[in-house]
Design a protein around this ligand. Structure first.
Ligand SMILES: [Fe+2]
Ligand SMILES: [Fe+2]
Length: 280
């Protein structure tokens, strides 16, 4: 990334401080003690709900691939000059914490599958490896694009978990989804903070890169997972799964960050608005 397109390291540090302040250790949770695993029962779920759990387990389990995107695009080593390094080093305080949380999501969902009788651990591990080995990439060249993508993806995931929680029959799964959706909400807030800072620092010069993210948006693994679209449609019967539900939140972030919208900003928000799916 070019230094000229990055936030100042001090700006990143403020966003990271805000994220970590919103995630105190006292409110942290772990897979081992947060849930009554002995009570988990997949018999309380419909076929569709079990299918949704398998789907989101695969998505969360791809964490190594998502984490790697940050290492490749925001390296913390001597391949970047010191100015870029200081930016990337501040960002790393976020990504390493975020990655630990996402990895916990993957473990919580896998544990649910095992404890509820949906899956046998050894078989699940091998099933997850089929998708988990595949490379995940975000082909962006402007830094704001990574944060815009993550903003939409985190909010969409939060919304989906909340909707799935409302309909699912097992209280243990509902408890898991409550924890996960709260974490996704904090991840979204960090991304919203960062995107807002890009807009304030760079004004409408980030409008076009942001537009490109929305124009080509796919949820993680949509391009690599076998049977993704069929599966995504199937789980949408269980609870609405539509990443464009997150777009109104992106528009709010833009509105809040920009006091005097220019033509390019107006075009951006109008475009995002047009990309929203019609309500069912
Ligand atoms: Fe997650
Ligand atoms: Fe997340």
């Amino acid at each position: 990334m070019e230094t000229s397109a990055l936030l100042r390291p001090g700006d990143v540090a403020e966003a990271v401080d805000g994220f970590l302040a919103a995630s105190p250790a006292a409110r942290a949770w772990d897979v081992e003690t947060a849930f009554d695993w002995a009570a988990a029962d997949a018999g309380l779920l419909t076929d569709g709900q079990r299918s949704a759990v398998r789907f989101v387990t695969l998505i969360e389990d791809h964490l190594p691939g998502y984490f790697d995107v940050y290492h490749r695009n925001f390296p913390v080593d001597d391949t970047v000059d010191p100015a870029v390094f200081t930016h990337n080093r501040e960002l790393y305080h976020f990504t390493v914490r975020w990655a630990a949380e996402e990895d916990t999501h993957a473990r919580a969902l896998a544990r649910y599958q095992e404890a509820s009788g949906m899956a046998v651990r050894d078989e699940l591990r091998e099933e997850l490896a089929v998708e988990g080995r595949k490379r995940f990439d975000l082909p962006y060249d402007h830094p704001v694009q990574f944060f815009t993508y993550a903003l939409v993806q985190e909010k969409a995931t939060q919304i989906y978990y909340q909707q799935l929680r409302e309909v699912c029959g097992d209280p243990v799964l509902r408890a898991v989804l409550t924890r996960l959706s709260r974490d996704e909400a904090r991840h979204f807030s960090f991304m919203a903070d960062v995107v807002g800072r890009y807009l304030r620092a760079y004004g409408d010069t980030v409008a076009e890169p942001m537009r490109d993210v929305i124009a080509a948006f796919r949820m993680p693994l949509a391009d690599t997972m076998r049977g993704y679209w069929r599966w995504a449609l199937k789980i949408a019967d269980v609870a609405r799964y539509d990443h464009t539900d997150a777009y109104e939140h992106l528009i709010k972030v833009i509105d809040r960050a920009v006091d005097a919208p220019t033509r390019r900003i107006d075009e951006l928000t109008a475009f995002i608005s047009r990309c929203r799916a019609l309500p069912a």
